[in-house]
Design a protein around this ligand. Sequence first.
Ligand code: BGC
Length: 461
Amino acid sequence: MATFSTPDNDPNIEASGRTPVPLEFSKDFLWGVSTAAHQVEGNSQNQWSDWEAAGHIRSGDTCGSACDWWGNAERDFDLVRDIGLNALRFSVDWSRIEPRQGEWDLTALRRYREMLDGLVQRGISPIICLHHFTHPRWFEHNGAFLSLDAPELFERFTRVVIDALGEQCSRWLTFNEPNVYAAMGYALGEFPPGRRGDIGAAMRVMSAMARCHLRAYHAIHQLQPHAEVGWAHHYVVLEPQGRGPDRWIAALVNELFNESFLRLIQYGRLPFPLSMLDGTAGAVKGSCDFVGLNVYNRFHVAFDYRNRAQAFARLFVPPHVPQGDSACDRPYGEAYPQALRQAVERSAKLGKPIYILENGVPDAQDRIRPWLIVNAVKEMHQLIAEGHDIRGYFHWTLTDNFEWTEGWRLRFGLVALDCATQERTIRGSGKLYGEIARRNALSPEMIAEYGQLESASATKF
Ligand code: BGC
């Protein structure tokens, strides 16, 4: 059962004898949704399309026309505006912009420009991510981030994007989740290039991405001195099952997964002995203007000598915890809104503003998404009250979209999508989230209605 701790100074507690009041946010707070090019645009031609064609998607799906953004993203921009949000994060697909090395597709840049104009006209603030898991085939064949010229190529691409789109956008993410990209592609074999068990390569990929991030960070600031540049960091809560080896292994996974990229940006290097794998990235230290956090789950962790690919850790989800829909052959993870606290407290050590850039749950029937949103927003309000500089919350995601190895099986949208007809239906959670954004506050009624799992509508465990 989910319990929610209620701190003494929570203005919403009737037991304290005070009348409950709304939990308000600052007037420039960003309420948004996050998306990614490959997951929404449709008919992309990148290294992920090849991965799909090679049969690696567990559900057997392919991305197809996705949410048809390349043809009509504006239909979803209307929804963002109508729901009541004021921000949207999207990514550009490098493979559309530089389909062959050194050849730039001006039509693709124009389309991105048009999308950006569409957002600005609707009063929606954009954040653009330069790399969300996908890139051109030629870059992949060249060794992707492990190739020596990756920083130069990534910087060149960055400059082209900022030149084309910089007039309408000043918040940039260099990368989405270097830790997920590296772990999935090089240790777990679930993303291209599909390497398994090579934790050393995963660490080298993260360091290489940190060097690319650094080049892009300076290039963006050179072209746009007032820009805000960061990256989106995936943070997961790891709960050791028992003492001794379970704790050590949870600490190791935390170090490899949660800490590595944060440390690269915070200190410019990995701790010894991981530093021996990483080449030097010293100048990376401090190269961000904000930290973006993608936070979803808690996993329980046990030592398992058979699980070498995962650093001898077994990550699992106990059956009694709140969960969204299951992935094809395993639970997606525990839905854990309090994870925001651990993620924010850790990344606050970098001393930069924080945006929550992804938070959500796969939940086709909207069983627990309202509960998750209300409790995540409540946790965030409390963190801000404690002095944390959190400037925005971006839900993952607007419209059900193509969920990587799980294909169309997992539905993360505030808006349900029928992929065949492209028909959209706003879920109750979409209306609720819009209401929070429009009021710029969480009302006592919302907390009373959705804050407890038992009372959340249609909850079934
Ligand atoms: C990724 C998204 C993905 C989401 C849900 C995040 O880690 O950035 O692309 O769809 O998780 O699994």
